[in-house]
Write a protein that binds this ligand. Structure first.
Ligand SMILES: Cc1ncc(COP(=O)(O)O)c(C=O)c1O
Length: 363
């Protein structure tokens, strides 16, 4: 028999690989230098003691499978958001739930619309599904162009992502424009409001997606415990969606995908919300300091409501990222476009500000 390789789906050819934010490089001999990771929009604070304790307790039984239905967490979330238990679907990070949303709505011949640039997982999960990606450029203010996105809807459209605040620009869409957009989208097209950074928003005009979902069966909201709640390494996120979308998500979930550590830590986090949101407030203060200082240095900084800032550096992107890394902080470059800088510890943010100031003088 001639040797052949297993046949894989043609749709997988050319899928961009997800690039994780770079960790700081090891010290190169000489004097020790600070090493901060500002490349993955993580929460710089370590787990709260009570949350760590909940995870450690759960770790003592990891010879057992976790609760398949995440019942205790789901009940807690349903109360917290005042939604039916059946409207919640948990998953391995909200990116896992996003992939399931594609799986349950879209396949070859279908179209998926999202702004670009936006979260880099959207093209990946779209291509895996076999559907065609329709990327609608951000407008001049680095914000979703919702009119253009509505105009891009065809009878083949199955799903639309709206990332609010948007990764990597931090920009937001506000209530009136989002409602107008939702009114224009046909009711058989699923609109996914990805609110991974919702807790960092301080603009009262930015709607809570959960309010918009309530009387719109074609709207689903994605939330995560990875950012404000600081559980990135435990992989847990969830969708709030009407039946039958939530039901379809439960059907397609990887069995036992969400560990008991993640479930118990998420419950402990919800109960420690006041302490966690205090940390978020601290990061928001830092965000204002960083954005203000960059603007004072002469940079154009789009107004951000997330835990990061965006600098459109074009061809200088790689140089800027390399300069930050040499100074002791890794940021996230998008080659030829710009740099996303996570708001971290004050010391880390200061490294970026010093680097940005020196870099600007050389421009
Ligand atoms: C907009 C957006 N959505 C979803 C996610 C996924 O987060 P997780 O899978 O950790 O919940 C991220 C992570 O960077 C993100 O930026």
């Amino acid at each position: 028999m001639p040797m052949t390789t297993p046949k894989l789906r043609a749709e997988l050819d050319g899928i961009p690989t997800y690039k994780p934010g770079r960790p700081p490089a090891a010290e190169e001999g000489g004097a020790p230098r600070p090493a901060f990771k500002l490349s993955s929009n993580e929460n710089p604070y370590p787990p709260l003691p009570g949350v760590l304790e909940a995870a450690a307790t759960a770790a003592a039984s990891f010879n057992r499978y976790p609760d398949l239905s995440c019942a205790a967490l789901t009940a807690e979330l349903a109360t917290r958001f005042d939604v039916p238990v059946g409207h919640i679907a948990t998953g391995t990070g909200s990116v896992g739930v996003a992939q399931q949303l594609l799986q349950v709505t879209s396949g070859p011949g279908d179209e998926v619309i999202y702004a670009w640039r936006s979260f880099e997982a959207y093209p990946i999960v779209t291509q895996i599904s076999g559907a065609r990606a329709v990327q609608v450029p951000l407008d001049a203010a680095e914000t979703h162009d919702l009119d253009a996105m509505a105009a891009a809807v065809t009878e083949r459209t199955r799903l639309i992502f709206v990332c609010n605040p948007n990764n990597p620009t931090g920009t937001v869409v506000r209530r009136a424009e989002l409602e107008r957009f939702l009114d224009r989208v046909p009711s058989d097209v699923l609109v996914v409001l990805d609110e991974a950074y919702r807790e960092f928003n301080t603009d009262p005009e930015v709607p809570d997606g959960v309010d918009l979902y309530r009387d719109r069966p074609n709207v689903a909201v994605l939330r995560t415990f990875s950012k404000a709640y600081g559980l990135a390494g435990l992989r847990i996120g969830f969708a709030i969606a009407h039946e039958p979308v939530a039901e379809a998500l439960r059907k397609t979930a990887v069995p036992f995908g969400v560990s008991q550590l993640a479930q118990d830590a998420a419950i402990a986090s919800l109960r420690a919300e006041a302490a966690l949101l205090e940390r978020v407030e601290g990061l928001v203060v830092e965000r204002a300091r960083v954005a203000g200082a960059l603007a004072a240095q002469g940079w154009t900084v789009p107004e951000t409501q997330a835990n990061f800032v965006w600098l459109r550096l074009g061809e200088r992107t790689g140089d800027f990222a390399a300069a930050c890394e040499r100074a002791g902080a890794t940021v996230r470059p998008f080659a030829g476009e710009g740099v996303r800088i996570t708001i971290g510890e004050a010391e880390a943010n200061d490294i970026v500000l010093r680097t940005a100031e020196a870099f600007r003088k050389e421009l």
